[in-house]
Design a protein around this ligand. Structure first.
Ligand SMILES: [Zn+2]
Length: 503
């Protein structure tokens, strides 16, 4: 009762936010993402090179010339930066200054990267070498000459990028060039640089590189699947023993640019690049089978390219995980109703029922507590932080905190909170709130933002549901009844499921 007078919200404990500390997840996630592909290439460079004698400039607008650049980047330990065709943008130029290179390779003809770009570099006393052929195929052959083909080479389609991206970091690690071919004919310029008796790998299915195109090559091995993701997985599996999975990269299977600049960084540590997208089959992800060896997932591109949710689902092997946090517990009763109902017990009952429904719908549940023996000490901050740690360590996709409200005997209704600025948090809150009002007919207090500790210290989008007012005798009675708890749990679960199914 005293608590009711002390604060409008029973969740006053949650409002305390003193300092932030993050714990390591099972797999750490490091994102190299900018506003666009140019910014992303800068972020990748900043994250992996303190300085560099060499840089490689490729067109940010067109992939073909750039595809063969990664093995070159490994040979010269050079970051790959993207440029516009007419000029090097201000931010990319700032990054070049930071790296203070002596030499630059420009990959592609003046149609892809103009002479003006070259001038911008020579003005900074950077010696430029342009590697360019008549077309993408000849360009790949010229890059190959810089690397040499005595270790063999990878042959991929020059008409599409994913297979080349799949093999880029591996090719670099093995100091083998990437040669581009047409679907039905290996171009003469490419044939010229291929040495007899070397080991050749053809990357991609017969739809990408036909048997006709490569039948002149005596000894080759084809690594391919039915689509870009299967080929990607097949390539990674084939060279598993040459790769170090501790940093594993994710790149979008439908965009070349982030993957290309990322492949230079991946090649430094012999890291695989897994192609992903919302449409690929997460359950067969290469990540799933190697998760024990992965300490950091490096995401190439911003959240618009690879969403946080997708990353979490990939780490979790496709499962959606929701953390259910029954507010208060143990030493902390939460609010106490006029007839003595304890908030902590009501919260727990609704939380367990909600979790049970979600589980039945294929969602994995992580509870912060499942009874009144709480795992945290009787200390508010440690209590709240541990709830966040449980969710963060489990890499959950969403966090749902369940409370009952307290203000006075006449206050009534339901409300759901999210952290200001969290778009997904807001959508989840709206989805849950709508279902609660539909199911219970309680007064709709709407969705709101608040600096509750658990909303601000969980990695996943988070919501805090104030189911009803325990300080109101009518709602206290409802909260304490099994049927109302069931209705409330069904509504919360439906809100979660409706939201998740749109993601
Ligand atoms: Zn509470």
């Amino acid at each position: 009762m005293k608590k009711n007078l002390m604060s409008f919200f029973c969740c006053v404990l949650s409002v305390i936010f003193l300092y932030t500390f993050k714990v390591c997840a099972a797999s750490d996630i490091q994102r190299f993402g900018g506003e666009d592909r140019y910014e992303t290439s800068i972020k990748i460079s900043q994250g992996n090179w303190q300085d560099s004698d060499y840089i490689i400039l490729v067109s940010g607008k067109n992939f073909p010339d750039a595809l063969s650049a990664t093995p070159l980047s490994k040979k010269y330990n050079a970051p790959i930066l993207l440029t516009g065709s007419e000029e090097i943008g201000t931010n990319v130029m700032e990054e070049i200054k930071r790296l203070s290179p002596k030499y630059a390779f420009i990959i592609g003809g003046t149609g892809a990267i103009s002479e003006n770009v070259e001038r911008q570099l020579t003005q900074k006393d950077i010696v430029c070498t342009r590697i360019a052929g008549e077309d993408r195929y000849e360009t790949s052959a010229k890059v190959a000459q810089k690397i040499g083909t005595s270790n063999g080479a990878f042959i991929t389609s020059g008409e599409n990028f994913p297979d080349a991206v799949s093999v880029a970091a591996i090719a670099a690690a093995k100091e083998m060039p990437i040669l581009l071919t047409k679907r039905d004919k290996l171009p003469d310029e490419v044939k010229k640089v291929m040495e007899a008796n070397s080991k050749y790998y053809v990357i991609g299915g017969e739809g990408s590189v036909s048997p006709n195109a490569v039948n002149e090559i005596g000894d080759y091995k084809r690594i391919g699947g039915s689509d870009r993701y299967e080929t990607n997985a097949a390539v990674i599996n084939e060279f598993k023993n040459d790769l170090d999975f501790s940093n594993t990269y994710l790149a979008n299977g439908y965009g070349f640019a982030d993957a290309l600049s990322g492949s230079a960084a991946a090649a430094k540590t012999k890291a695989p690049i897994a192609l992903v997208s919302d449409s690929f089959n997460i359950k067969n992800s290469i990540i799933k089978y190697n998760i024990d060896n992965i300490s950091t997932i490096c995401v190439l591109g911003g959240t618009g390219v690879i969403s946080d949710i997708l990353v979490h689902r990939i780490i979790n092997g496709g499962v959606i995980k929701v953390c259910i946090d029954p507010g208060h517990g143990g030493y902390d009763s939460g609010a106490v109703g006029p007839n003595g109902v304890l908030e902590k017990n009501v919260n727990l009952a609704i939380a367990l029922k909600t979790g049970k429904i979600l589980k039945a719908n294929g969602i994995e549940i992580v509870y912060t507590r499942t009874n009144d023996n709480v795992p945290w000490p009787a200390n508010v901050l440690q209590d709240l932080q541990m709830r966040c740690d449980i969710a963060n360590n489990a890499n959950v996709d969403y966090f749902v905190c369940i409370h009952a409200n307290s203000a006075g005997t006449s206050a009534n209704g339901s409300e759901t909170y999210y952290s200001s600025g969290s778009v997904k948090g807001q959508k989840l809150a709206e989805s849950i709130q709508k279902e609660i009002i539909n199911a219970t007919g309680l007064f709709n207090r709407g969705v709101k933002t608040e600096n509750f500790y658990v909303l601000n210290h969980t990695d996943a989008p988070a919501v805090l549901v104030e189911t009803a007012f325990i300080s109101n005798p009518n709602e206290e009675k409802l909260l304490n009844s099994d049927s109302f708890q069931n209705t409330m749990a069904q509504a919360i679960a439906r809100g979660v499921i409706n939201f998740v199914s749109t993601q």
